[in-house]
Write a protein that binds this ligand. Structure first.
Ligand code: MG
Length: 254
C-alpha cells in the first residue's frame, strides 16, 4: 500500500512538472545594442548578447546587387541604399559605435567563437529575384561556417518563408513575422511557429494556446516594457525578443 501511494505521489509530481510552462527564452533584438560601446546589428552587439547569456541574438540581412550579404536593419545606411549599391560603397559606411557595417560573413566569423544562437531576419527585398538569391546565399554561408545547427530564420516575406521552409536543413526553424497568418496557416506552410509583435499578440492571445496545440512555437517582439514582459511570461510564450535582455533576465529570475 505504501509503495502504491509513493508511486502515485511521484506520478502527480511528474504531471505538475510537465504542465508547468517553461520560462520564455531571451532573444536580443538586433543584438544587445542598448549598452555602452554597442550599436544595432554591430558585431559588438552580437558579442554582448552572448556575454550576458542571451539564448539567441537576432539580426537583419540585406543583399547588395553584387550579391554581398550585409547586416543592417534599415534598407539604407547613411543614405546609401543597400539593395541598389555595390558592396564596395556600402562597406565604407560606419555604424553608430564606429564599427564598419558588417557583412554576414564577418558576422558568422564572429559567431563561430560564441555560443549564443542566431536568429537571422532576411528583410523583404524590392526584387523577388534578389530576395530568392539572398535566401540561397544565407543558407550557403551558414553551411560554410558550420553554423547550421545554431540558426533560425524569420521573415515577413511569404516568398522567403516558402524558400526557407523548402531549402533550409530540418534543424533550422522558420518563423513567420507578418502577423496575418493564423496558427493553422503557419502549420500548413510547415513553419516552426509565429514571431509576431506584442500588439498583434495582445489582439490574439488565443493564438498562443492554438500554436502550442499544433506543436508550433511562439516568439513575441519587441517586448521592452516590464508589464508586456510579464504578460508574455504569464501566458507561456516560448521566446521574447527584446531591446532590454538584462531587464528581462532579471524578471525571469524572480
Ligand atoms: Mg529584425
Amino acid at each position: 500500500m505504501k509503495t502504491k501511494l509513493f508511486f502515485s505521489g511521484l506520478f502527480l509530481v511528474g504531471c505538475a512538472v510537465l504542465t508547468q510552462a517553461a520560462a520564455p527564452k531571451v532573444i536580443a533584438h538586433r543584438g544587445y545594442w542598448n549598452t555602452p560601446g554597442s550599436a544595432q546589428n554591430s558585431i559588438r552587439s552580437l558579442v554582448k548578447a552572448d556575454s550576458v547569456g542571451c539564448y539567441a541574438s537576432e539580426f537583419d540581412v540585406w543583399m547588395t546587387p553584387d550579391s554581398v550579404l550585409i547586416v543592417n536593419h534599415d534598407p539604407t545606411i547613411n543614405g546609401v541604399e543597400i539593395q541598389r549599391t555595390p558592396s564596395s560603397e556600402v562597406l565604407k559606411q560606419k555604424l553608430a559605435n564606429g564599427e564598419y557595417v558588417p557583412t554576414l560573413e564577418q558576422y558568422f566569423q564572429a559567431a563561430q567563437k560564441l555560443k549564443t544562437r542566431l536568429v537571422l531576419e532576411l528583410k523583404t527585398h524590392d526584387s523577388r529575384k534578389q530576395e530568392a538569391a539572398a535566401v540561397k546565399k544565407t543558407l550557403k554561408l551558414a553551411k560554410k561556417y558550420g553554423l547550421e545547427d545554431r540558426l533560425d530564420y524569420i521573415v515577413f516575406s511569404k516568398d522567403a518563408f516558402k524558400g526557407y521552409v523548402k531549402a533550409a536543413p530540418k534543424i533550422n526553424k522558420v518563423y513567420f513575422l507578418n502577423g496575418d497568418y493564423v496558427p493553422a496557416q503557419v502549420k500548413y506552410a510547415k513553419g516552426a511557429g509565429i514571431d509576431y509583435s506584442i500588439k498583434v499578440m495582445k489582439k490574439h492571445p488565443e493564438w498562443i494556446d492554438e500554436c502550442h496545440k499544433l506543436g508550433l512555437e511562439v516568439n513575441v517582439w519587441t517586448v521592452n516594457e516590464p508589464e508586456d514582459m510579464q504578460w508574455c511570461i504569464d501566458r507561456g510564450v516560448d521566446y521574447i525578443t527584446t531591446n532590454e535582455p538584462e531587464l528581462l533576465q532579471k524578471m525571469l529570475k524572480k
